[in-house]
Design a protein around this ligand. Structure first.
Ligand SMILES: [Zn+2]
Ligand SMILES: [Zn+2]
Length: 285
C-alpha cells in the first residue's frame, strides 16, 4: 500500500470510530457512554434490560450495538429519573421494549416537563412505576429498585443487579463534578446526604456503583468511598452556605463564589448550581 493510500485508510478508520463507548463490567453487564447519563445494559436469556436511554440518537446507537450482541428482545427499560439526558432516548424503544419502569415521581416529572415543553409526542412514558421498592428475577439476576427519598430530584431510583452486585446510581452520583440539584422537581440536598448514607449501609464495599455523570478524567464507576466523598462534599457546601447566610450574604452575592473554602475534589464548572440550591433550600420558609 502506498503512503497516500495508507494515510487515507488510517483517516477512514479514524472517522469510523464511533462516538460512543461500551465497557463490559461482567460477561453480560456493560455500560454505554456517549452523551448524557451513563447507560447500563444486562443481556439475559430472558431478554435485555436497559437502564436509562440518553437522547434518541444515542439510544439508536445503543440498540444497534446490542442487536449485534444478542437476539433476545428488549424486556425492560428502566429510568433512574426523568431528566432528558436519561429519558429522551426512551422513544427509540417504542414498540420494541416490553415494559418501561421508573419511580412514581419520575413519571409525573417526565409528564410535567414534556407538557410544558410541548414535547409529549417525543416521549415514551413508564407503563410501570414503584414507590419504595420493586424487585424481579430476570435470568440469573434479581433486579431490585429502591427509593430512599429526595435527592437529585424527588424520583431517583437506585437499580441493584444483585448477582453481579452492581448498582446504577443515576444522577444521585456526580463523581467529582458539581451536581445539578433540581429543586423544581423536588430535589433536596440534606435529604440527598441521607440517601447516600442509606446506600452505603445497604450495599457493601464489594458493590460496584455506576454513576450518572463524572468530572473530566474521572471514572463513571466506583465504590462506597465515592458515595461517602460526594456526601461529604454536599455537607460541606451546606455548612459553608449556612455560614454565609448567617453572615448576611445575599443570594446574588453568594452565588458569585468561585472557590470553595474547603478541601474538595469537586472542581470545574457549575459551582453556581449547588450554591444556588443550597441557598434556596436553607432560606426556604
Ligand atoms: Zn443526568
Ligand atoms: Zn438528572
Amino acid at each position: 500500500m502506498g503512503a497516500l493510500a495508507f494515510q487515507k485508510s488510517v483517516l477512514a478508520e479514524l472517522f469510523q470510530q464511533p462516538a460512543w463507548k461500551i465497557k463490559m463490567l461482567t460477561d453480560d453487564i456493560g455500560i454505554f457512554t456517549e452523551k448524557g447519563g451513563t447507560i447500563l445494559f444486562y443481556l439475559s436469556k430472558e431478554g435485555t434490560v436497559v437502564v436509562d436511554a440518553q437522547f434518541p440518537e444515542q439510544s439508536g446507537h445503543l440498540i444497534e450495538e446490542l442487536k449485534k450482541k444478542t437476539e433476545q428482545p428488549f424486556k425492560l427499560l428502566i429510568n433512574t429519573h426523568h431528566h432528558g439526558d436519561h429519558t429522551s432516548g426512551n422513544i427509540s424503544f417504542k414498540g420494541i421494549v416490553e415494559h418501561v419502569l421508573a419511580h412514581d415521581n419520575s413519571k409525573i416529572n417526565q409528564e410535567t416537563v414534556a407538557k410544558n415543553a410541548k414535547t409529549e409526542d417525543k416521549q415514551l412514558y413508564p407503563d410501570q412505576t414503584f414507590s419504595k421498592t420493586w424487585s424481579e428475577k430476570i435470568g440469573k439476576e434479581k433486579i431490585t429498585l429502591s427509593y430512599f427519598g429526595a435527592g437529585h430530584t424527588n424520583g431517583d431510583a437506585m437499580i441493584h443487579l444483585e448477582h453481579a452486585n452492581i448498582v446504577h446510581m443515576g444522577d444521585l452520583m456526580f463523581n467529582r463534578r458539581h451536581p445539578f440539584v433540581d429543586r423544581s422537581a423536588g430535589a433536596n440536598m440534606k435529604s440527598w446526604m441521607n440517601v447516600l448514607e442509606t446506600a452505603q449501609k445497604k450495599f457493601s464495599n464489594k458493590t460496584q456503583f455506576v454513576f450518572g455523570h463524572s468530572g473530566e478524567g474521572y471514572e463513571i464507576t466506583g465504590t462506597t468511598d465515592d458515595l461517602k466523598a460526594f456526601g461529604d462534599y454536599l455537607g460541606s457546601v451546606l455548612e459553608f452556605t449556612e455560614k454565609e447566610i448567617k453572615a448576611g450574604k445575599t443570594k446574588e452575592e453568594f452565588i458569585k463564589t468561585t472557590v470553595l473554602p474547603f478541601e474538595t475534589q469537586w472542581k470545574g464548572d457549575g459551582l453556581q448550581r449547588p450554591l444556588t440550591a443550597a441557598y434556596e433550600e436553607l432560606t426556604a420558609k
